[in-house]
Design a protein around this ligand. Structure first.
Ligand SMILES: [Zn+2]
Length: 261
């Protein structure tokens, strides 16, 4: 298959560039770090959080708090976009359907069960339309390397192809789709975020919508690992929770490695 290389076909006009950007914020670590990263670079950030019918609205609440907090670093506008009416059409994975959230370290099988079909494509497509409307030239989302193996819409190939399609669809008002963390692992993102002093205590990752993080779902384990690799502790957790989280992580990691062989 021929690769789509729009930049070789049409050259984008650099001089129309604005410092307005659109960012998709979930309320988790990756997109919150990206928000602070963009503000650090001097961007005005128009933040969109999607309510796509996730089981719990906890992360939406956290995204509101983070966007509000980030206003101390620059210009931030936040909107929650309700696309929950499509819930019935796309509810297939454990994040939106009645299927339970897998309690295990991320493996291909477990991770596959948390796919919401075409979610990023749908959200990015709406974000691009919004970008055109407000005159922003860039749409950002926090796809990263650790998600590659399973979530196909986090891969660089997807970002590149979507960027090409978005360009062709909006020739007179060029918008770029960017995933600057695409080559970074979760712990590298946390490293950057710690440098940028991202208020991680306000972020939410757990797939369970409970009062406190469950500490044992794939995303909780991944979060614990990312802080551990940075010799830091997760400021969202109490001392007791952090210790328990590390213990669960070590146990599950061992199990995961044993069964993976
Ligand atoms: Zn959890």
């Amino acid at each position: 298959m021929n690769k789509v290389e729009p930049k070789n076909v049409f050259s984008r006009t650099e001089n129309v560039h604005s410092m307005k950007s659109v960012l998709i914020l979930s309320g988790g670590i990756d997109s919150s770090t990206l928000l602070y990263y963009l503000l650090d670079k001097g961007y005005d950030v128009h933040v969109l959080t999607f309510d796509y019918g996730q089981k719990h609205s906890k992360e939406i609440g956290h995204s509101k708090i983070i966007a509000e907090k980030a206003k101390s670093r620059g210009k931030v506008e936040h909107r929650v976009v309700d696309i929950s009416s499509i819930h019935e059409l796309i509810s297939a994975g454990a994040l939106t359907s009645d299927e339970s959230i897998p309690k295990a370290f991320y493996s291909e099988e477990v991770q596959r069960r948390t796919i919401v079909p075409n979610r990023n494509m749908i959200m990015l497509s709406i974000a691009v339309g919004y970008a055109v409307k407000i005159g922003a030239n860039e749409v950002y989302y926090a796809a990263h390397k650790s998600d590659y193996s399973i979530y196909p819409d986090c891969r660089k190939e997807f970002v590149k192809a979507l960027d090409a399609a978005v360009y062709l669809a909006n020739l007179w008002t060029p918008v770029e789709v960017k995933a600057p963390f695409a080559d970074m692992t979760k712990d590298e993102i946390v490293k950057l975020g710690l440098e940028l002093k991202v208020p991680y205590e306000l972020t939410w990752s757990c797939y369970e919508g409970k009062e406190r993080p469950c500490l044992s779902c794939g995303t909780c384990l991944e979060r614990t690992e990312a802080f551990l690799l940075n010799n830091a502790r997760d400021p969202l957790l109490s001392d007791e929770e952090w210790e328990r989280g590390v213990e669960i992580y070590r146990k599950m990691k061992e199990e995961h490695e044993r069964t993976d062989k």
